[in-house]
Design a protein. Structure first.
Length: 336
């Protein structure tokens, strides 16, 4: 599937002038996307074990805990320490039904058993970044952020985006913008950055957005800011998002009990493609080439798809335009 506007949520729903959609700058908080559908599919029962691997503002986690009262338990992860602190406050009323860990969901296969979540009933991934991160100027996720271009979910690990912009060769930057942003003017943008940094380091989101605007031809009626693809590409590279997504999906096969459910919300076609291919391959099982008359690989299906991918309802999009690129995919673990 290709999204109609594949990158419009890449930088978290930023409009062509760089402001947040849906009045999100005025309203502090993050509206959980497709929360009704997510809870309906996970169907968390009392006594069940659930994992929310992307807590953010804990909106979904709260709904899952309410639905699994009085004794369902939830392991909540986020790479961002601020999200963990916020979630701890929001979920405090659930007491020891909640276990929180600041960790990357790429580590899920190790972290969940250590936290006592070995065979779980549900695993939820809501990819990308939250409104809290987007509006925090110190994080450098939004175009108008005045602070340093950081873009790390976990500010204690890895290299900030400004470091990549300061050190990568023009060819490497262009490849990055193409690979993770599908940016048609990748080469021109990379050369503009390298030329500019020879006299002024590119350290703020505003600077980067202005350089991209200078490098790409103006086009009438564009719906997204010209720097959207570049911001998406940098964020994906800084957080190694696609590798971690593959690891998180693979962990679901180990952690979900038969009948347990995996629900994933993605916001751009690069991540949705990974989710789609993973679920399709695990539903198929056998990986023998078509010319082999009988199966020799012996692989059995490990997932059953729960319907096709679905977008938010028209009503939800009009109430929360930032969710318009969301796609939900869900599958159930089957006994292999
Ligand atoms: C879209 S928000 C989740 C919003 C949340 N569902 C809610 O209701 O508020 C995504 C969150 O996932 C976190 N995140 C993204 N990639 C991650 C990863 N690989 N490991 C752990 N957390 C990640 C981000 O830091 C962010 O807080």
């Amino acid at each position: 599937m290709t999204f109609k506007d594949p990158l419009d949520a890449a930088a978290g729903g930023i409009t062509a002038d760089g402001s947040l959609e849906g009045g999100a700058e005025r309203e502090v908080g993050h509206l959980p996307v497709m929360a009704g559908e997510v809870v309906e599919i996970l169907a968390p029962r009392p006594g069940s074990l659930q994992i929310d691997a992307t807590l953010g503002g804990a909106g979904h986690a709260e709904r899952i805990l309410e639905a699994s009262a009085p004794d369902g338990r939830l392991l909540g992860l986020d790479a961002d320490g601020a999200a963990i602190a916020r979630s701890a406050r929001r979920l405090a009323r659930f007491g020891d039904r909640v276990v929180l860990r600041q960790t990357n969901f790429g580590q899920l296969a190790e972290v969940a058993p250590e936290a006592g979540f070995r065979q779980v009933d549900g695993l939820f991934l809501d990819l990308g970044l939250s409104s809290y991160q987007l509006v925090d100027v110190e994080r450098g996720f939004g175009f108008r952020a005045g602070g340093r271009l950081d873009m790390r979910f976990d500010t204690g690990r890895g290299r900030p985006a400004a470091d990549l912009l300061a050190t990568m060769e023009a060819g490497e930057l262009a490849a990055l913008f193409r690979r993770y942003g599908e940016e048609p003017f990748a080469g021109r943008i990379a050369r503009t950055i390298v030329e500019s940094r020879s006299h002024t380091p590119v350290v703020t989101a505003e600077q980067l957005a202005a350089l991209v605007e200078r490098a790409v031809p103006t086009s009438k009626g564009r719906r997204i800011h010209p720097a959207t693809r570049v911001f998406q590409a940098l964020r994906i590279a800084v957080n190694d998002e696609l590798t971690n997504l593959e690891a998180g999906l693979a962990a679901s096969l180990v952690l979900l009990r038969p009948g347990g459910r995996l629900v994933v919300l993605s916001y751009h076609s690069l991540e949705d493609r990974i989710v789609k291919r993973f679920m399709a391959a695990e539903q198929r099982g056998c990986i023998c080439p078509p010319e082999v008359p009988i199966c020799v690989c012996g692989r059995l299906p490990r997932l059953r798809l729960l319907g096709k991918s679905r977008p938010p309802s028209v009503e939800e999009i009009s109430a929360n335009p930032r969710c318009r690129s969301a796609r939900l995919r869900a599958a159930e673990r089957v006994a292999a």
